[in-house]
Design a protein around this ligand. Sequence first.
Ligand SMILES: [Zn+2]
Length: 292
Amino acid sequence: MRKIAFLLLICMAFSACSVTNTSKKSDAITIVTTFYPLYVATLNVTKDIPQVNVVNLTKPSNGCLHDYQLSAQDMKTLSKASVLISNGAGLEHFMDKVSAQIPSLKVVDASRGLPLLQDEEGDNPHVWVSVLGAIGQTKNIADQLAAIDNTHAKQYADNAKQYVNSLEALQADMHNTLQFAKGKKIVTFHESFDYFAKEFDLEILFKVETHDGQEPSAGELANMTNKMRAQKVSAIFTEPQYKSPSVGVLTQETGVKHYALDPVVSGEADGNLTAYITIMQKNLAILKEALK
Ligand SMILES: [Zn+2]
């Protein structure tokens, strides 16, 4: 009888052990983000939660994910993940493939419910480039992560609040500094700065790159030059991730200088929590100089 009781005790101890082990294991979650700005936002939302591991799927050099094709390695990474943080608004053309091949993967849509700008191709996905959009995406990531991983819901909410406070301070600083530039006309490279221009009340006269990502033809370039000569354009803004020979031609023809603004699509691969804010502060310094 005593022996049986002893055995029972051991069994109970064992099962208790295994229960603890399993729950610990199921606590650990890997979150994959599709690209850099979401990676930085998610690092902030999941800060100081040891059970949560954040991995960025694409290399910083991939820039914006227009036309990005998933590799076999990407699919492998995704098959091991619990959650995928996507930008949404049509940026990730590969989402159908992901949900068909890994139906169990939970997907966060960082742009859910946010007001989207439209262009000829439909929704403009560059929501994160305005600080307002980055704040909305941070809140979306925290809310949707909390619904998926209830255990850490409070930490996600607290972290998001803290990060949003920093973003709001940045936003206030930018609005103060750029007050003088309201209504100024600029030329941009592709559609990435539309949200930014709207937030800070800058007018984009046109974009240098054509809709399918090509350099303008000689005729189009001549039209652009004429448009710029007819209006007072403050500056042309390019992006460090893309090189465009046409921009040099426009500067040469019109005398309007060009500057590089970073749409925060690339940066340090390891966990840099302040990357978005640092890059935007650099952009602010450039804008101040370019629009004066
Ligand atoms: Zn883009």
